[in-house]
Design a binder for this molecule. Structure first.
Ligand SMILES: Nc1ncnc2c1ncn2[C@@H]1O[C@H](COP(=O)(O)OP(=O)(O)OP(=O)(O)O)[C@@H](O)[C@H]1O
Length: 258
């Protein structure tokens, strides 16, 4: 994409004016030492726009999960800064990071990660319970309704389909109204119909509720639900696509050798 096209795309999506929900500045992450050192992130400066759906893509090993884990306060930077809103995560200790993750961030994982002994409703309410917060009943009712979980709330995860389990995980991520929901290959274990349904819900939570979502995915169709695709290669930014189509994403990935 030329610089001019890039600017036009930004104007069209209003991305230049968007509030920043999270930001990395010269973020570096090195695993191991000496000869065995792996530079997973080699100086990434990136803004995540508030109220937008951002997909992170790139070849295997390009640093996608590392970037998301650093943004979410799950992994510590080697150098550089990570900001969630105005909070500098790199300046926080473990206890403060735990509070930030609990109160301000939601997670959706490929493997659902629901607690098997709890019902769907208990799983959804768990983050609030851990934080000692009471549920906002109208909000809870709304997400349960939108996600079509009303008839499933008393079921345990083993009694739910994969698609239903992942919708429970999305409800759990949204219930605290987090600043950012991080989704790591959320459709990786779903058939394409359940996957598309789930992506539709994520899209809707951005459009209807102004939720900020960051999703790591390998799937160009999944990425096309996002407002913007950020491409990584060898731990560095390798481009971005606004209003991505599956074809545009596929082309960009091919250029990166995927
Ligand atoms: N805990 C770790 N210890 C050592 N090296 C690691 C660790 N986690 C990740 N790496 C390395 O850092 C690099 C980036 O890994 P990362 O998982 O972020 O990539 P990715 O783009 O998410 O890959 P994939 O698409 O395969 O999941 C890889 O070379 C990986 O082997």
């Amino acid at each position: 994409m030329s610089t001019e096209q890039g600017l036009d795309a930004r104007r069209a999506t209003g991305a230049h004016a968007a509030r920043v929900a999270a930001r990395t500045v010269e973020l570096r992450k090195v695993y191991g030492r000496g000869e065995a050192a792996v530079h997973a992130l080699a100086g990434v400066t990136l803004d995540i726009h508030a109220g937008r759906f951002t997909a992170i893509m790139g070849p295997s090993g390009s640093g996608k999960s590392t970037l998301m884990h650093c943004l979410a306060g799950l992994d510590a930077a080697t150098s550089g800064r990570v900001l969630l809103g105005d909070t500098d995560l790199t300046a926080l200790g473990d206890r403060q990071l735990t509070t930030v993750r609990r109160d301000r961030v939601g997670f959706v994982f490929q493997a659902f990660n629901l607690l098997p002994q709890l019902t769907a409703l208990e799983n959804i309410l768990l983050p609030l319970e851990l934080a000692g917060r009471r549920p906002d009943q109208p909000w809870l009712d709304q997400i349960v309704d939108v996600l079509g979980l009303g008839q499933r709330l008393r079921h345990r995860p083993s009694e739910l389909s994969g698609g239903q389990q992942q919708r429970v995980a999305v409800a759990r991520a949204l219930v605290t109204r987090p600043d950012v929901v991080f989704a790591d290959e959320p459709t990786g274990n779903l058939d394409s119909r359940s996957g598309n349904e789930l992506l539709g819900f994520l899209r809707r939570s951005v459009h209807d509720y102004g939720q900020t979502i960051v999703m790591v995915t390998h799937d160009p169709v999944a990425a096309s639900y996002a407002d913007r695709v950020v491409l990584l290669a060898d731990g560095a930014l390798a481009g971005e696509i606004f209003r991505p189509t599956p074809d545009a994403v596929l082309d960009a990935l091919r250029r990166l050798g995927v």
